[in-house]
Design a protein around this ligand. Structure first.
Ligand code: FAD
Length: 483
């Protein structure tokens, strides 16, 4: 019996896609071939081992038939060749922190645990590039390049644990998006293993390249559905000399939003501009040493960075904007330790929210900046009369808001209705249903709300071209009938 007991989600009763679950006989033969080619120690098929690879940052679970732990590009290529021969799904997996079910093996098959491919291969300060294997942890790369006074800006809140491969696959964003952009803006070149095991290099190590189509960009954000990244070359920029941080408390969200607009109107692009609403603040107030003033209903965490003299001036403009917009209190982080402690609180929101309700649907909509207030008002109106709790927080600098519907089992249908409507509203406002977490399994039923029929057709045609047997992360991104 499954260690998950009777949880039906352990193995879907029916495959979710047109590719049938692999034939058990073929899976057995494939496992034998994998063990013979890669060595038994790299192929895990015990139930206890497989369970460890059955979930990601969502609560979805599905058991793989086998877990393979490659150490080289050749190993990955061998796995793809064997999977292709037997038409068995391959689910590439980094740290498993994804929030849309991307690494969950919903059709069984192979989980490709990439975590042993974790070397920084080269940091080249003169070229302003670094080349890494896919399992390098984001923060580790940031720390290593900082030794050469360089900066890799994409900074998801999961940076301490997520991998560069996972970041590229999801085009991870994070708190520095407004000023520095997202993962896509820093990927110069990739080594990719295709579905049939072919190893291909796309992009160049140069800071510019316009030869042919931009295949690198096509792979960024492809969620493991077009190829498996085995080497990643990123662009680096100089490390800002100084970072100053201020925390501003407000008694309503609108004042915080007006502050953000006023700061940007004055041509200041903060490194971060993060909003937390009352529910998020309540969830984290016991983390760190925050002394939250009475009446607080929203807060902003704002970092400014750059040359010391400029940053001091920018911070005073920012603080003035906070005051003009009725901030109840401003707190400056004067030391790196104080700054770290503030950000630790911000980074703890996601897990802390589970204290409020057992279930959480975390949407990561993104709207044009001018529409942030409109969408937050729509969310508020949609929840009138409902007992579902909303925790909204996120990167208001770039319009990317995390809407967390905190609910109980019997409210699932209501949440689904609310999310469906909000996604329509977001798209009507010119926004996107996912700013950074990807589509995976959790949003695939909504993908056509946003994509035009033409876009959808080209994307599914591309998927079929790159992966004719639909073995790379099947069941993700597109609804079953589309492939
Ligand atoms: C507390 C918390 C905070 C977070 N904050 C943010 C945030 O601020 N911004 C943000 O964007 N995300 C955030 N995330 C989501 C998540 O961390 C990112 O999506 C991250 O990029 C996933 O990396 P991973 O290594 O965990 O990938 P996994 O979860 O293992 O995989 C994610 C996807 O990438 C694919 N994949 C992994 N490795 C490869 C590879 N080598 N080749 C091809 N495909 C691959 C997988 O198949 C899967 O589809 C957060 C998650 C948590 C739990």
């Amino acid at each position: 019996m499954s260690l998950f007991g009777k949880d039906k989600s352990t193995k879907p009763e029916k495959p979710e896609n047109t590719v049938e679950k692999a034939n058990p006989g073929d899976v057995k033969k494939a496992i034998e071939e994998l063990s013979n080619s890669l060595g038994k120690e790299r192929v895990l098929s015990n139930i206890e081992e497989r369970i460890c690879y059955s979930f990601d940052g969502t609560k979805q679970k599905a058991l793989p038939d086998v877990v393979v732990k490659p150490e080289t590009t050749d190993h990955v290529s061998v796995v793809a060749k064997i999977a292709n021969k037997f038409a068995i799904p391959i689910y590439a997996r980094g740290a498993g922190t994804g929030l849309t079910g991307g690494a969950v093996p919903i059709q069984g098959g192979i989980v490709l645990d990439i975590m042993k491919m974790n070397r920084i291969l080269e940091i080249c300060p003169q070229d302003l590039t670094a080349t890494v294997e896919p399992a390098v942890i984001t923060k580790h790369l940031q720390n290593e390049v900082a030794k050469d006074h360089l900066f890799y800006p994409p900074d998801p809140s999961s940076a301490d644990s997520s991998t560069l491969g996972g970041n590229v696959a999801e085009c991870a964003g994070g708190i520095t998006g407004l000023k520095y952009g997202v993962t896509r803006n820093y990927i110069l070149a990739l080594e990719v293993v295709l579905a049939d095991g072919t190893v291909m290099n796309v992009g160049r190590k140069t800071l510019k390249s316009v030869t042919g189509y931009d295949l690198t960009r096509l792979f960024v954000g492809s969620e493991g559905t077009l190829g498996i990244f085995t080497k990643i070359t990123v662009r680096l920029i100089p490390q800002p000399q100084t970072i100053l941080t201020v925390l501003a408390y407000y008694n309503n969200v609108d004042d915080a939003l007006h502050t953000a607009d006023m700061v940007i109107d004055q041509n200041i692009f903060p490194r971060t501009l993060e909003l937390m609403d009352e529910t998020s603040i309540t969830a984290v107030k016991n983390y760190g040493n925050l002394k939250i003033p009475d009446g607080t209903k929203a807060l902003l965490i704002i970092d400014v960075d750059g040359h010391e003299a400029a940053v001091k001036e920018e911070l005073s403009v920012v603080e003035e904007a906070c005051r003009k917009n009725n901030a109840i209190e401003l707190v400056r982080a004067n030391t790196q330790e104080e700054r770290d402690s503030l950000w630790a609180v911000r980074r703890s929101i996601s897990p802390a929210l589970f204290k409020i309700a057992p279930l959480k649907i975390n949407e990561d909509i993104c709207v044009p900046r001018s529409k942030i207030k409109t969408i937050l008002d729509k969310v508020k109106t949609s929840l009138e009369g409902s007992s579902i709790l909303m925790a909204s927080f996120g990167h208001i600098g770039d319009g990317n808001i995390h809407l967390n519907y905190m609910h109980h089992e019997d409210q699932k249908e209501e949440v689904h209705r609310l999310v469906t409507q909000i996604f329509k509203d977001v798209v009507d406002l010119g926004g996107t249903i996912s700013g950074e977490h990807g589509i995976g399994t959790t949003k695939k039923e909504f993908i056509r709300t946003e994509l035009s029929p033409g876009e959808f057709k080209i994307m599914t045609d591309l998927k079929r071209f790159f992966d004719p047997k639909n073995i790379l992360n099947p069941g993700k991104m597109f609804p079953a009938e589309a492939l």
